[in-house]
Design a protein. Sequence first.
Length: 410
Amino acid sequence: MRFFNHHQARHPLALLLLASISLLAASRPCSAHAQTGYRVLRAIPPPQQVADLAVGPDGLLYAGVRGGIQVSTTTGQLVREISSSDLEVALQVSSFSPSALAFDRDGILHAMNGLGGLVARFRDGSLVSSFTVEDPSAPQRKDAYDMAIASDGTYFFITAGPAENSYGLFYGLQKHDASGNHLFTIPKESISSDLSARLSAVALSGRGDVHVVVHAQTGVSIEVFSSTGLHLRRLKMPKGIDPESIFNIASDQAGNIVVNTRLNSREPVLVTFSPEGVALKTNIGGFEHPAHLATMGHFEDLSGLAFDALGNLYTSSQLSSEPIVAYKLNPSARIFFRLTPERRSKSRTAEFKFATDRGSDTFECSLDGAPFAVCSSTKRYSQLRRGKHSFRVRVRGENRTTKTERWTVL
């Protein structure tokens, strides 16, 4: 979901839905000088500018576009179209501008209208029901910016409406049951102490935790809540991230949280956090960057972000001149160290921290040629003898991923 500010959200953009890409196979890993993590697989010119993306159980990628619902083949050939006028009659609204798309576990597509918070449900391209995102305790009109659907069918919405006795908007995080009934609202003041803060995007991790992107005067953060609204932790963005460029947040198949944004106000990148909130490094298109950043390099205005069942990545832009791009995920992991001992150390203890591009792997470790044994992503050793040592780690069951670190105890 591309975040619109409150001026943009009130424009009749008339964005609607859908283009498509089928599920894509994974590829072999490449060297550090070539492509690692992801590589560009295909680019398809969209019929209109795209507001959001979602991958359905049919293996097609649905994209919100201007003017109607369209479903295309991987080559872009139109195979089905539902006109926007038909939708407007069925929904009894003058315009329908979905700012977010999502599929539930039953394969129903949910399209949320950014103006007025209308949610329409579709099965096999046909409208089956709709409801309006409302908070009975605050009945004034609200717009909706993003949504996430939990495995039990409940919803989380970011909404904004006129603030009482002040200029601007009152943001909140709402939870609704599977029927669309309001359960509770977490007001902005319970999320951020900054009265001018904005909430821009929401996603659910594989654990069911709710991740909310918050823009405050002090910077941008991801606030993590439980499904009952309890605040769990705060995830800080790496240095150099443009606080005004957090365009979307999503969860991949491993439950990692992924944010597409911009580095130093110009370079589009991905930032990936593990379900535990640890920043991970991701690589796309052969470019490698430190500080857990992955270059995208294709869009100036990212809008949609979606993963398929194989973990392949799809992105889109609000610029109608930019294509929908599919990135193929390399199935083999690439291990990188986050913490190692100094090359020459007087300490008889050593600690290693490591992760992979995929972020969900389990590991096996070995010290000084000993047999590999299962270990976590942090490994500590004590009472080491003086002399040279070697530490090896690999993804469990994948010998070719072995990474070695050598150091000397003085």
